[in-house]
Design a protein. Structure first.
Length: 218
């Protein structure tokens, strides 16, 4: 399996100030007040995999996209060892340390609450080699009610192993470990630690991880 990079996840609960990029004409929608006083309910679905893998999370509106990606990685179960980008409307948000071939915006410089509204959809791309694509729907915007960290409220399906080869490689991996006669059955079982349950997911465990990360960064 890929080497764990969990240390970096602690950043997902560190509040980082950045410039506000307003994409909407409505003063209320694009205001700092809106971003600071709301949490956004996001439904994240991993594309092109079966069984379905999805999560529903609450994320503070004043999180930068850099913090949002840390929360998404934690909710999904990714280890965070690869590059990422967001596609929102007609803009690409990617770390400025990566030599992106087109115009892009630093995800650490914009806040979630200034970019999206309920009903919006956008994409999160993780690991440009394996090519994991996540469809994200903004299902609601709610008062914070004291929430200052991400919260996982629902979900289904295990996150695929890191470096398994994207959706195509994951499908082959599942076939191999399910078939004792497959020529790579023993090899891939050992690679994944002896067992892998594609249906496994515990929302309480994910939220405990969020709570621990928040406590560590407080």
């Amino acid at each position: 399996m890929a080497q764990s990079c969990h240390v970096g996840r602690a950043r997902c609960c560190v509040f980082t100030d950045g410039r506000v990029r307003k994409h909407r004409n409505s003063p209320a929608y694009g205001s700092k007040h809106c971003a600071m006083r709301s949490v956004y309910q996001l439904e994240i679905s991993l594309k092109d995999v079966s069984p379905r893998v999805w999560r529903s999370v609450l994320i503070p509106g004043d999180f930068t996209l850099a913090q949002v990606q840390e929360a998404l990685l934690t909710a999904m179960g990714w280890e965070g060892c690869h590059l990422y980008s967001f596609s929102i409307e007609n803009s690409t948000y990617v770390e400025d340390t990566y030599d992106w071939p087109e115009a892009s915006i630093d995800p650490g410089a914009v806040r979630l609450g200034d970019l999206v509204a309920p009903g919006d959809e956008f994409e999160f791309h993780y690991d440009f080699g394996d090519g994991w694509e996540h469809r994200i729907i903004v299902t609601d915007r709610l008062p914070t009610a004291g929430r200052i960290r991400p919260t996982c409220i629902a979900g289904q399906g295990a996150c695929p192993p890191e470096d398994v080869g994207g959706p195509w490689g994951y499908a082959n991996f599942l076939r191999a470990i399910a078939d004792p006669q497959h020529d790579r059955h023993a090899e891939l079982l050992e690679w994944c630690g002896g067992r892998f349950d594609a249906q496994a997911f515990e929302v309480q465990e994910v939220d405990r991880v969020f709570a621990r990360l928040h406590s560590a960064s407080a």
